[in-house]
Design a binder for this molecule. Structure first.
Ligand code: KIV
Length: 277
């Protein structure tokens, strides 16, 4: 974007900040978020113009092969975040506080957030939950660390739900979610992820609060969208919820390439003279 009157967008900023994403919301410029866990992918996503790189605890699923996100440790999140920060020049890097690193309360949450900020160079943390974590959010924000909230389907509570189905379909849960969103905004969150809730509710919440909402399975009315990059790029294709759009089938490209390599090695077509010394 070149004109001074254009809304803030990717070309206008050197490093996306929490202020940038707020400005994007105000200018109605949708915010593009993808997860990242390693240096090489972070570099590609950052250069392709992603606004926010989320070092998600979904690393437990797509990097480590766990069924849930619960096994992820703070040490592991620190490692992934360090790799992503080294690979990014432009995106805002947000890091998930993993299960067991903030549930004891504000003191534990602050200690974990400080570790992330000091040891990784990331720019913000994310944690899951509403009212029960509001004081923790306040404590972390007061210490100068930006916090992204996360409501709706919060995978760290999966054993409470017992299922990955759409949340807040009943009025009581939808009402609680509305209150939680307002409480998180009041606690100082700079943005809020809304996961797997009805599109109409996500729209209502997005209009009721003044911080950016980032949806995943929450319809088109949120201020931004997030996907797990392995899902969007077709690296992990056994997970097929309706909210995932596959922008590539990298699994097929990789399988083809590796089969060709194995073939070349077996038939001694690799290496040839030009690849030898
Ligand atoms: O861990 C993660 O990847 C997330 C996104 C799905 C929002 O929290």
């Amino acid at each position: 974007m070149s004109s001074g009157s254009s809304p803030p967008g990717p070309a206008d900023v050197s490093r996306v900040t929490t202020k940038t994403v707020q400005e994007m919301r105000e200018a109605d410029v949708p915010i593009a978020v993808l997860t990242a866990y390693d240096y090489t992918s972070a570099r590609l996503l950052d250069r392709a113009g992603v606004d926010v790189l989320l070092v998600g605890d979904s690393a437990a699923n797509v990097m480590a092969g766990h069924e849930t996100t619960l096994p992820m440790t703070l040490d592991q999140m620190v490692y992934h975040a360090q790799c992503v920060v080294r690979g990014s020049d432009r995106a805002l890097v947000v890091v998930d506080l993993p299960f067991g690193s903030y549930q004891e309360g504000p003191k534990e949450g602050l200690r974990s957030a400080i570790r992330i900020m000091k040891e990784t160079g990331a720019h913000a943390v994310k944690l899951e939950g509403g009212e029960p974590v509001a004081e923790t959010v306040e404590r972390i924000v007061t210490a100068g660390v930006p916090v992204m909230g996360h409501l709706g389907l919060t995978p760290q509570s999966i054993y409470n739900y017992g299922t990955y189905q759409v949340r807040a379909q009943e009025e009581a849960e939808a009402d609680q979610l509305r209150r939680d969103a307002e409480r998180l905004e009041a606690a100082g969150c700079f943005a809020l992820v809304l996961e797997k809730i009805p599109a109409a509710l996500a729209k209502e919440v997005s209009e009721a609060i003044s911080i950016p909402t980032i949806g995943i399975g929450a319809g088109a009315a949120t201020d931004g969208q997030v996907l797990v990059s392995h899902d969007a790029l077709g690296l992990s294709t056994d997970f097929e919820p309706r909210f995932v759009r596959r922008y590539a089938r990298l699994d097929e490209h990789i399988t083809d390439a590796v089969e060709e390599y194995v073939d070349d090695v077996r038939s001694r077509r690799f290496p040839d003279d030009s690849e030898s010394y």
